[in-house]
Ligand binder design. Structure first.
Ligand code: HEC
Length: 125
């Protein structure tokens, strides 16, 4: 390696190192978590996590208007099964609709079902 190219290589590694240090100091503010379902003590919470995460995140649910009544959630859950092809049991539908209506729709969350997460919600890989 000539002297000239050695100088170039050390310049290059110094530049790369500086670049890495810059990236380490970068702070990223994440948007509010909408990919996961809101925690709840309602039995439907566990069911939506099991049945509603296979095709899309909770984003679709979170973006529905808060004015959506029980009839809307009932029709939406049934639509996921037919025609969209979800494979959950019919027996799971009433509890999921109840959770969705009270968490994302027009009905209030019963005080007993309110959950305050003690730690940030972490998505499982
Ligand atoms: C078999 C795959 C599948 C499963 C499982 C599934 N969905 Fe969906 N979902 C879809 C598809 C496909 C769409 C439409 C996406 C689009 O229009 O781009 C959708 C859209 C939605 C929407 C947006 C509104 C709408 O009517 O399109 C909501 C809300 C929703 N899903 C809720 C749920 C809930 C709640 C569950 C669990 C009960 C669930 N999904 C499970 C496939 C699925």
């Amino acid at each position: 390696m000539s002297k000239k190219s050695r100088i170039f290589v050390s310049f290059l590694s110094a530049t790369l190192l500086a670049g890495t240090a810059g990236a380490a100091a970068l702070t990223i503010a994440l948007p509010t978590e909408t990919a996961v379902y809101k925690p709840s003590a309602l039995p439907g919470y566990e069911l939506v996590q099991r049945n509603c995460m296979t095709c899309h995140s909770a984003q679709y649910v979170a973006s529905q208007p808060a004015t959506s009544p029980r009839t809307y959630w009932d029709a939406t859950v049934k639509k996921m099964k037919k025609p969209f092809g979800a494979t959950f049991a019919d027996a799971d539908i009433p509890a999921m609709v109840d959770y969705l209506t009270k968490t994302y729709g027009t009905e209030p969350v019963p005080a007993a079902a309110t959950v305050t997460p003690s730690a940030p919600v972490v998505m499982q890989k």
